[in-house]
Each structure stands twice: as structure tokens, then as C-alpha cells.
Design a protein around this ligand. Structure first.
Ligand code: NAP
Length: 341
């Protein structure tokens, strides 16, 4: 094999304060190390950009160790095996790299990798979104925790985003009435016209509480929460007895340090016997097969809609991450690092 001389990569050099700023991450190069036994050299093709990257850049209490200052920025993706000292992977295999890095090449232990089996007519980007951890997150949160039933009312925040759009469609398929909260008229139209949501609330243009009163006349049974803060407060204040909250994310708070406000009326959780369960998809990966058994045929048959927003060039990754916090992207955000095999 020809060892690539230079591996371009992004290192975390400063913890962001507030929004991610130029200079928090540094674009550098380093040689690719030789492979040890059981290791695989992966040429990264797509890098997933996720809101949790902002959490990993901070040193707040979190579910994985923070990325250390000076270390390559952590991230997952899809790539192709270029060299291998593993019996399990051969050159040319397409693999998903769970916790890799923002870099051209990743030297991964075989235990870090999953095999990607391409489906006819389904783009590779699906395996980093609706058939990757995005879809698993939506499935686990909605099906396992939310447990929507026919006729119940479900509210999803960041509903036009990668996770929210899949979560809402899964609830709709179970016969629930689904209301999405999203930013902007175009995203709201997509939810109702294309995905079959019953209603969508543009949180940038209208008062969320008043709109929830209008669209959820019978209260709310399930909340798939992606935003936190004032949005979550408005939803929980309208939840029914024995309601369920799948607390998936709180993106409106990730750029703030210190404690974040919870529901103003926490007593409602007691009075209405509401279950709130935070969850992280990595705890669920051993059950991925179960979720993919539902998601894969729906994606292959075009019944589950999804979008990818692909930014070209590893050098643009740091700027692209900011799109998640402005909503200026449309679909699962990822960076194309090198051509598809
Ligand atoms: N628990 C888990 O295992 C897990 C796994 C994956 C993701 N997540 C969480 O799921 C959520 C969605 O992630 P994603 O990857 O699917 O990203 P995404 O929804 O595609 O993108 C993030 C969206 O969040 C919305 N947003 C950003 N800042 C906001 C603010 N201040 N107020 C209201 N909305 C805001 C924007 O939606 P608009 O354009 O509509 O404004 C933006 O498009 C995040 O909270 C993330 O942390 C959790």
C-alpha cells in the first residue's frame, strides 16, 4: 500500500465560549502512523457533523470524556478501507467509523468499525443519516420511550432536522397526530406537505405556546425534545396525564455554560405523572438491528423521507458545524472529505 504522507485534520486548540469561533479549531497536517495488528486504515469519505460536537468541545459534565485540548476533533463517519491488518476487514470495504476524527484518514481498531452494506438505489449518505445513528436515535426515542399510540398527540421540536424529521414520521406511522416545531416557513411547509405532519409551528414567527394551544386542543401525550429551554417549557406545560418525554437533545442550550433552565412548572411532572427520560443513542447500539428492521424497508421503498446536507471539503468542516446552530442547513449535516468508492 502507498502510505499517504499527510493526513489533514482538525485539532481542538481552545474550548469555545458561546458560539464556536474561528481559532477554537486548527487545521493541521500530520503523517499517518503505521498500522498495528488488528488495525485498519480508513480513507474517510463522509464526516457526520453533530450538535454533540459542541458538547464534546466543552469540559462540562457529559456522557463521554471531553475532547482534550490539542487532540484531533472527535467525529463519526463513513469511509473505505485502504489498508488492513485485521482479518475482519478487507481493502475496499465500506465501513462506518464510530468515534473517529475530523481527518482524511483514520487508523481504527477493528472494534471501532462497522460494515456498511449498500442497498440498491439508496445513496451512501443514508447510512450516515436515516440508516445511521440519526435514524437509530429517532427510532429509539420515539418507539421505545415515546411509545405513541393511535389518536395521541405528539410534539417534536427541531422537527425538520435530521433526527426530528424521522422521529415525527415514525409517530405518524403509528397513527398519532404529530405537530412539529421548526424555524422558517419552508421547513414548516416540508413537514406538512411532504412528511405528512398534521401541523407545524414556526417558532421564529409565532408564539410557540399559543400555537401549541391551537394545534393541540386535547393536550400533548408525547414530546420528542430536541431543543430544550423555552420550547421544552412550553410543551411540558401542556402535557397530559401519563405523558412521555423522550429527552433527546437541548440544542438551544449547548452554546451556554452553567446550569440551564428546566420546565418552569416542574410540579406538573408530579401532578400529571409525566415520564421524562434522557437517552443517548450509544446505549442503544446493541439493539440497532431491531430499529433497522423497521427503517431499512421504509427507506428502500421511499416511504420514509430524509435529506442530507453535504458540505464539500474537510477544510470547511469547522465553519459548517455552525450551521446546526443557525438552522441554515437542510437535512443531515455532513462533510464530503473524499470521493465515494
Ligand atoms: N440523544 C442522542 O443520542 C442524540 C443523537 C443525535 C442527536 N441528538 C440531538 O438531537 C437534536 C437534533 O440533532 P440533529 O443532528 O438532528 O440536528 P438537526 O436537527 O439537523 O439540526 C439542528 C437544528 O436545531 C435547531 N436549532 C438550533 N438552535 C436552536 C435554537 N436556539 N432554538 C430552536 N431550535 C434550534 C435548528 O432547527 P431550525 O432550522 O428548525 O431552527 C437546527 O436545524 C440535537 O439536540 C442533538 O443534540 C441526540
Amino acid at each position: 500500500m502507498t502510505t499517504p504522507l499527510n493526513n489533514r485534520r482538525w485539532r481542538l486548540v481552545r474550548r469555545p465560549e458561546g458560539d464556536i469561533a474561528a481559532g477554537d479549531l486548527e487545521f493541521t497536517t500530520a503523517p499517518v502512523p503505521a498500522l498495528a495488528a488488528g488495525e485498519v486504515l480508513v480513507r474517510n469519505v463522509y464526516l457526520s457533523l453533530d450538535p454533540t460536537h459542541r458538547i464534546w468541545m466543552s469540559d462540562r459534565d457529559q456522557y463521554l470524556p471531553p475532547v482534550e485540548i490539542g487532540a484531533v476533533m472527535r467525529g463519526g463517519g463513513i469511509g473505505v478501507v485502504e489498508d488492513t491488518r485485521s482479518e475482519r476487514f478487507a481493502r475496499g470495504d465500506i465501513v462506518s467509523v464510530g468515534l473517529g476524527g475530523w481527518e482524511d484518514y483514520t487508523v481504527a481498531s477493528e472494534r471501532q468499525l462497522g460494515r456498511v452494506r449498500r442497498l440498491d438505489g439508496v445513496p451512501l449518505t443514508a447510512h450516515l443519516s436515516v440508516l445511521g445513528s440519526t435514524g437509530l436515535t429517532a427510532w429509539y426515542g420515539m418507539v421505545d420511550i415515546g411509545q405513541p399510540k393511535a389518536g395521541e398527540t405528539v410534539v417534536v421540536s427541531a422537527a425538520a432536522g435530521a433526527v426530528g424529521s424521522v422521529a415525527g414520521q415514525l409517530a405518524r406511522r403509528r397513527g398519532a397526530r404529530v405537530v412539529g416545531i421548526a424555524g422558517g416557513a419552508a421547513k414548516c411547509r416540508w413537514l406538512v406537505d411532504e412528511l405528512g405532519f398534521d401541523a407545524a409551528i414556526d417558532y421564529r414567527a409565532e408564539d410557540v405556546g399559543a400555537a401549541l394551544d391551537r394545534h393541540c386542543p386535547n393536550g400533548i401525550d408525547v414530546n420528542f425534545e430536541n431543543v430544550g429551554g423555552a420550547t421544552m417549557d412550553a410543551v411540558i406545560a401542556r402535557m397530559n396525564t401519563f405523558g412521555r418525554v423522550a429527552l433527546c437533545g437541548m440544542i438551544s442550550t449547548y452554546n451556554h455554560s452553567g446550569p440551564v433552565p428546566g420546565p418552569a412548572d416542574f410540579a406538573r411532572v408530579l401532578m400529571r405523572r409525566i415520564t421524562i427520560r434522557g437517552f443517548i443513542v450509544i446505549d442503544f447500539l446493541p439493539r440497532a438491528r431491531e430499529a433497522l428492521a423497521e427503517l431499512t424497508p421504509l427507506v428502500a421503498g421511499g416511504e420514509l423521507k430524509w435529506k442530507a446536507h453535504v458540505v464539500d471539503g474537510l477544510e470547511n468542516a469547522a465553519d459548517a458545524l455552525g450551521l446546526l446552530f443557525t438552522g441554515a442547513h437542510d437535512g443531515k449535516l455532513m462533510v464530503r472529505i473524499s470521493p465515494e468508492p
